[in-house]
Structure formats: C-alpha cells, structure tokens
Write a protein that binds this ligand. Structure first.
Ligand SMILES: Cc1cc2nc3c(=O)[nH]c(=O)nc-3n(C[C@H](O)[C@H](O)[C@H](O)COP(=O)(O)OP(=O)(O)OC[C@H]3O[C@@H](n4cnc5c(N)ncnc54)[C@H](O)[C@@H]3O)c2cc1C
Length: 414
C-alpha cells in the first residue's frame, strides 16, 4: 500500500492550485452573485492548460488524464471556487466526454471532441425526464428509433446542466433514450445529440430554464426533442447497451463529484480554522474553547476519511481502465457510490460547522460559505443520482441483485 501522491501528482496538484488561486478564486463570487455565467475566457484559459475534458485521449486534444489526477484537479478547483460551479462544469465534461471517447465512433469523436477539449463546445449529459431520474428503466419515455440511415429522437429531458451555455455558445449531449418503451434496461441506446453546433438550436429542439438555489455559474434547464434526426454514426457503442454505458458514466462523474465536495469542504474548513483563531469571545480566541476545537476535529476526521475513500475509488477506476485488476464495473459502482454519498454529506456538515463558528457573519452573503452550502447541496439532493440511489447501488453489491426492492416487487407480481 502506498498512500502518498507520486512526484508527478504532487507537481500537477501544485500547478492546478496555482492556476485556480490565480484565475478562479478572484472570479467566482461575480459569476455566483451577478453574471450567473462562467466567463468564456476562464474556460479558454483552462483549456489552454489542458484542464478542460482532460480525460479525453490526446488524439482529440485531451490529456488522457488518470482518474486520480482528474480528482486532484476537481479538488483544487473547488477549493478556489467555493460555489463549485466551475468544478461542476469541469466534472460533467470530464466524465461524459470520457465515456463518449471510449465508446463513440471515430467519425463522431473527430467531429466533436477537439472542440470540447478546446472549451468551444459544452459536453453535457441528458438522462433525467419529467417522470423521474432515479428509476430510468420505468421513467424513460424518450425514444430513439431507427429511421432511414440514422435515428429519429422524440422526448423531453429536464434538470439538465448547461442548457443555457449550449444554446448560447454551442453544446452537445450524451443522450439516453429507448428503442422500445416496453423494454427493460436492454432497450436503451445512447447517442450524441447536437443541441447547437454553431448555427443555433438544432431544429426540433426547444429549451426551458430552471432557477437553482446554488452553483449559479452553471445553468440548469430542460429541452423538448421533436423528430430530431441524427446520423447512424452518432450511436454510442452497441445498440441496446446504452444503460450500461450510462452506469459507467455515472461512476466516473460520481468520483469527481466526491473530489469536488472534498475540495469545497477543505476550503470551508481552512476558512473556519483561520476565523476561530482570530475571533475572540470571553477574553480568548474561539479556537481556545474545546467546544469549538472538538467540532473542528470532527470536520478534520471527515475530511481524512473522505479523501481516502475518494482517491481509493479513483485509483480503482485507473486500475480498471488500464486493465490491471480484477475489479468490475460493479465494484467501481459500489466505491464511487460510497464516495459520492459520503463526501457531499460530510461537506455539508463541515460547511455548516464553519458557518456556525462565524456567527451571524456566517449566515450573510458576504461570507463565502453560504454559496458553498448552496452548491454542495445539489449533490445530496439529486445531481448524478440522489443519496438514496447511492445506497441502493451499495446495497445491491452487499446483498445481491435479487434483494433489490424492485426485483422483489417483480417477483411478487410474477
Ligand atoms: C443541480 C442539478 C443538476 C442536474 N443536472 C443533470 C444533468 O445534467 N443531466 C441529467 O440527466 N440530470 C441532471 N439532474 C437530475 C438528476 O440526475 C436527478 O435529480 C436524479 O436522478 C433524481 O431524479 P429526480 O429528481 O427525478 O427524483 P426522483 O427520481 O423522483 O426521486 C425523488 C427522491 O426519491 C429518492 N428515491 C428514488 N427512488 C428511491 C428508492 N428506491 N428508495 C429510496 N429513495 C428513492 C431519490 O433519491 C430522490 O431523493 C440534475 C439535478 C440537479 C439537482
């Protein structure tokens, strides 16, 4: 066992930290509170540093970055942008563009990925529908049907990140639908949906926007897709395997979410420690009271546990994708679900403690902690799978699939 970062990883962390503190830290409060849009030149600067969709292969302008290194970047970005909007955009693209790179056709990859890694085209994920995002097998009403030499898509997606950016500047989506609505998980196909490749919205697509409580620099919206035709080579991987690719994508996104929440929590922890050392009450610094110290220690222990869990999951993913291990996608799903469950929940506790230690100032908009609370909360509510669903994934591996509640229901119905 080796618990230390390699020299290369240490240098990379230092590089991202320096970049993030110089370019991201001075910007985020403006896009959180005023503009509600991450500046395009910041994205361009990140792309110039090979930090945009860095998990994509070098052939398409990526850095073929390991999952451990990708987590390091997410963590450092979130320490600099406590609202976590920029890391959210980073992680959505890093995870889903990776899955597209892995399973997409060469022709489609050559068409989109070089623009994604340059930060010119947003790369999003669209699985959730008005009928629900947790139970995809029963909730998915969107169809992807063969037509002529390609496919025709009809349906609606909601609560999708990056809709406004895609509409304004260009964007494509890793898109999930069913070829047969009566089918089970084997009826799913994944395709690339070009929402806007430079000439405005694709005909047949109409968008709507929602206003979230946090991570205000990234938009959240929905879109209708009416008779949108795409060529055959936009199919990702094999027909009927879209659900499996989606699960691989969720694992990738979840480990980066854990790293993001870890970074936000570490940022809040550092701010809190500094504050209690200098704020005096009852004739001494708050930090000199054990009531405060013990709470800070609780935060510190949670950070250590989450760091180990997150980087363990990232390391497992690296071993899996290098073909070095006997780990399966199910092992990875279990560990990434654990990290995705623990890190956001612990981050909320850590941020809450730091807010409390700031007294009334902690509750004000001038204190950066409230933005962090709003942002991290998205990952306990639902984004990339709600908290209950992470537990469901872990329970499936602990008890076996036959104990899944919906399988039990099926057996009872049979
Ligand atoms: C800020 C934000 C950004 C998002 N961005 C995207 C995006 O870019 N692309 C995309 O496709 N989706 C996105 N989502 C949607 C997200 O994937 C869904 O919110 C999530 O899958 C849950 O679906 P739902 O909201 O429809 O809740 P539902 O599926 O209706 O579930 C409601 C609640 O019940 C819980 N629940 C469901 N089933 C069970 C069960 N069996 N046992 C116990 N509890 C259960 C859920 O965890 C949830 O808390 C985003 C969500 C948010 C909040």
């Amino acid at each position: 066992m080796h618990f230390e970062e390699s020299d290369e990883e240490k240098m990379f962390r230092e590089m991202v930290r320096e970049f993030a503190q110089k370019h991201v830290a001075p910007e985020w409060q403006k896009y959180d509170g005023e503009t509600h849009e991450i500046p395009r030149d910041l994205i361009k600067k990140m792309a110039d540093q090979m930090l945009w969709a860095p998990t994509v292969s070098e052939e398409y302008g990526g850095a073929n970055l390991s999952w451990v290194m990708s987590c390091i970047a997410a963590e450092e970005l979130a320490k600099a942008d406590l609202s976590i909007a920029l890391p959210v955009m980073y992680l959505v693209e890093a995870s889903w563009a990776f899955i597209f790179d892995k399973y997409g056709t060469d022709e489609a990859k050559a068409e989109f990925l070089p623009k994604v890694t340059k930060g010119e085209l947003f790369f999003g994920i669209a699985t959730t529908e008005p009928t629900g995002g947790s139970d995809l097998v029963n909730s998915t009403k969107t169809t992807i049907k063969p037509k002529g030499d390609g496919y025709v898509i009809n349906g609606e997606k909601v609560y999708i990140s990056g809709v406004a950016e895609s509409e304004k500047y260009g964007g494509v989506y890793w898109f999930l639908g069913k070829s047969d609505l009566k089918g089970d998980h084997k009826a799913f196909d994944a395709v690339i949906l070009p929402m806007n490749t430079g000439d405005g919205l694709h005909p047949g697509i109409t968008t709507t926007l929602f206003e979230d409580m946090g991570r205000m620099g990234v938009s959240c919206g929905g879109f209708n897709i009416e008779n949108v035709e795409i060529p055959k080579h936009y199919l990702i991987g094999e027909h009927g395997k879209g659900f499996y690719y989606a699960m691989a994508g969720f694992s990738a996104a979840r480990v980066l979410i854990a790293a993001t929440c870890l970074g936000a929590a570490q940022g809040a922890f550092d701010i809190g420690v500094d504050y209690v050392k200098q704020r005096k009450q009852f004739g001494r610094p708050l930090a000199a009271f054990e009531g405060i110290q013990f709470e800070v220690v609780d935060s510190w222990m949670a950070l250590q546990a989450d760091r180990h869990l997150t980087y363990h999951a990232a390391w497992m993913m690296d071993e899996f994708y290098k073909g070095n291990s006997n780990y399966t996608q199910l092992d990875i799903a279990r560990y990434t679900a654990a990290a995705k469950y623990k890190a956001p929940h612990d981050a909320l506790d850590i941020i809450t403690r730091a807010m409390t230690h700031h007294g009334a100032f902690g509750y004000s908009k001038e204190c950066p902690l409230e933005a962090s609370y709003r942002g991290v909360r998205s990952y306990t509510v639902g984004a990339e799978g709600g908290s209950h669903i992470q537990k469901l994934v872990m329970a499936r591996e602990i008890f076996g699939p036959e104990y899944l509640p919906y399988r039990q229901k099926q057996q009872m119905d049979d």
